[in-house]
Design a protein around this ligand. Structure first.
Ligand code: CUA
Length: 379
């Protein structure tokens, strides 16, 4: 009876573990499924170091077990004295040399890859100015959101990072308030965003991997930075170069044309927004805004506040009581709006779309589905 209960407990534990481990393999969120050059190199280092560790742990465990089993008093007798090996020249050479060799095997690729990954030479020209041919994104981390500025175009966006695939994308990282850390598990990282000093590196997003992940990777803050650290997520929309260029062009064009609200609610909302929210937020793609995220393409985004599903209902909940969703955020108490005003502001924000076929992931997913269905129909 007792035995079967022990077995049941064992199987229960294993199934819970299986469920947890099942989450490790998402192609848009896992360092174990690298989606580009940097991620692949980092994965290689993970595998290399774990293999060496397993080799050492395995050897020690096996040797230990053999020693324990073979040298029991019951087997060798009470009076047995093992062969004394203290000061044995040969043995000491062996157990000093093996760890040195293992460390060298671990150190050479680690040091080589670390320096290679920090190589941002292509980011600047010989004259020391930003290289026009390279995509450079200036990242600023705030409690608890991300701002992305495209160096050459001056386009600013927040929370949803858009990048081209199959080429180096350079990042200049800094923190606005405290230290955060920029991490896109599938592509690579982490690298600290410090308050003083800029850290630079690059990532590559493979186009086929991006396609497998529905062109959407997840980014995270990897440095404990306050109560909402775990909610400091962002999205990475990885597009083929032409679509990326189109997105940038759409963003710039949007600035020239400006955006006026369509529905009457949204029109009223726009006015309320201009009076109450504009102090912190910007809806111009080349203006970072004073203290809050740039909302130019808010309607196109994947999530609200980085954590809620993107719909009007959630947006209203967020504006009404941000503290309950993201504790310690800077929006709490920054404005006084009644429920009616909040609904109108939400209607306005949901209309803030930069009309782009390219960057709109939802549209893209639908297009892919439609394509798949078409293929099915032809057969
Ligand atoms: Cu920012 Cu953790």
């Amino acid at each position: 009876m007792k035995n079967s209960w022990t077995k049941t407990k064992f199987y229960m534990l294993m199934s819970v573990l299986a469920i947890f481990l099942a989450g490790c393999g998402k192609e848009n969120l896992s360092a174990l499924q690298p989606a580009g050059e940097i991620g692949k190199q980092q994965f290689f280092l993970i595998v290399l170091s774990i293999s060496i560790m397993l080799l050492v742990v395995g050897t020690v465990a096996i040797t230990f077990t053999i020693a324990v089993l073979k040298s029991r008093r019951s087997k060798v007798g009470e009076a047995f004295v093992p062969k004394q090996v203290a000061g044995n020249h040969k043995l000491e050479v062996i157990w000093t040399t093996i760890p040195i060799i293992l460390l060298i095997i671990l150190a050479i690729p680690t040091v080589w890859i670390t320096f290679k990954q920090a190589d941002v030479e292509d980011m600047v020209t010989e004259d020391g100015v930003a290289n026009k041919d390279s995509v450079i994104v200036n990242v600023t981390a705030y409690q608890y959101w991300w701002e992305f500025e495209y160096e050459h175009e001056g386009v600013v966006t927040s929370q949803d990072l858009v990048v081209p695939t199959d080429e180096k994308v350079f990042f200049n990282l800094k923190g606005a308030d405290v230290k955060h850390s920029f991490w896109i598990p599938s592509a690579g990282g982490k690298l600290d965003t410090n308050v003083d000093g800029i850290n630079s590196f690059y990532l590559v997003f493979d186009d086929d991997k991006a396609e497998n992940a529905d062109r959407l990777f997840y980014g995270k803050c990897a440095e404990l930075c306050g109560p909402s650290h775990a909610l400091m997520d962002f999205k990475v929309n990885a597009l083929p170069r032409e679509e990326f260029d189109q997105w940038l062009a759409d963003m710039k064009e949007f600035e020239e044309e400006g955006k006026t609200a369509d529905s009457s609610d949204a029109k009223e909302g726009q006015e309320i927004f201009n009076n109450s929210c504009m102090g912190c937020h910007s809806v111009t793609p080349t203006n970072p805004g004073a203290a809050g995220p740039n909302l130019t393409n808010f309607g196109d985004r994947e999530l609200i506040a980085g954590v809620l599903e993107h719909n009007e209902e959630n947006l209203i909940d967020w504006i009404k009581d941000p503290e309950s969703i993201k504790p310690d955020n800077k929006m709490t108490g920054a404005y006084q709006l009644n429920d009616d005003e909040i609904e109108k502001v939400a209607a306005y924000l949901m209309e803030l779309k930069v009309d782009k076929n390219s960057g709109d992931v939802e549209k893209m997913k639908k297009a892919i589905e439609a394509e798949d269905n078409d293929e099915g129909g032809d057969n």
